[in-house]
Design a protein around this ligand. Sequence first.
Ligand code: GLU
Length: 466
Amino acid sequence: MSVVTRFAPSPTGYLHIGGARTALFSYLYARKHGGKFLLRIEDTDRERSTDAAVKAIFDGMEWLGLAADEKPIFQTQRFGRYGEVAQDMLKAGTAYHCYCSKEELEQMRNEQMARKEKPRYDGRCRHRTEPRPGVQPVIRFRNPTGGAVVVRDLIKGDIVFQNAELDDLIIVRSDGTPTYNFCVVVDDWEMGVTHVIRGDDHVNNTPRQINILSALGATPPQYGHVPMILGSDGVKLSKRHGAVSVVEYRALGFLPDAVLNYLVRLGWSYGDQELFTREEMQRLFDIERVQKAPARFDMEKLVWVNHEYLKREAPENVAGEFRWHLERLGVQPADGPKLEDVILAQRERCKTLVEMAEKSKFFYADVAAYNEKDAAKHLTPAAADILDALVAELKALPEWKPEAIHAAVHGLAEKKGVGLGAVAQPIRVAVAGMAVSPPIDRTLFLLGRERTLVRLEAARAYAAKK
Ligand code: GLU
């Protein structure tokens, strides 16, 4: 049997981090087994579904690199098909028309509550043979009355539901629109889904879905219900905890692969390995090793994973995201050193791309203003003198190479009888606007001779005026 999984988000908001993890697990499971990973947009709730949310889902999936193997399916485009299946079920007797009015249902409910019973539809239209004139009926599924449904959950183990607890679910409303659980069933069936991996908020839908599938003569898929993600305070992850949408993580400076790596470890483990390449994730992931208990989101760990990725990843794989962040700061990185070289110079000290972009902006844009504190400390009249001498030295260098720059800076410190910091810090403030930068020789080399000299001269003039 070839594995087919799907991710089936409802487009009612952004793609959140929990959804992304479910998508990742489904994706990895399909990849591992050489199967197919599908995307289905569950947009039947027309009031809450928006085009913007559909786009946010596509954007999030694309950014994470979780490509589906076929074009996405939209449930709203399949209403005709759901209607046909409902008609087939009516013919087969596995579904029936129900003409009960709102008032009747309410009365039923009140009576059950008065008897301290769980409110449920009592099946009074199950044997009705005549329509009620003037009433548009709903269609209900004829749920088995006896026995039990055992969900052999791949994560949670066996979960038993008594059929007596499940009432006859409405599958088509009186206005002809299909209901949520019914669409899911028809789609999982017709898409050939073999493994449903989804959030455990859907556990209670599963026995109903299995019953409908069985009534259709389909073999139900296997289910794996993934526990939710909690915030660091142990409460379900929500906006209150900070960023929850995947694209916000992009804006915070995380690499997509680092986010995936962080997510795969959120509730799943492989020994004590923390870092996985994509290939390893695909090969080693196993749904059966996903923990039963909810996982806690840990921002510090995500930052750590991200930094590890920045340090290890080939710089050309980081350049695209780095560019995106520079552009967000209003910087056009076309004019300046190669992004890959700046990444190499910065990655030890930058944990996120936001940090890296902020600390690298000066390579591509003029220094608009000096950091006040740094300028007060390092751009002093004494520094003006040093900068003056340095300009002369650097102008005279036969070649603009890190080694030559290094020798000039060190030589000057020696000549002036000052510590290296007395030369290096004024240079940093002059070229970067602040007293932090990669090593001076590398920084000036990447910045280029022309830009370096202009900035050193400007800083010298600034320092001399003090
Ligand atoms: N559309 C559902 C949701 O976004 C998922 C349903 C499913 O995976 O079966 O929660």
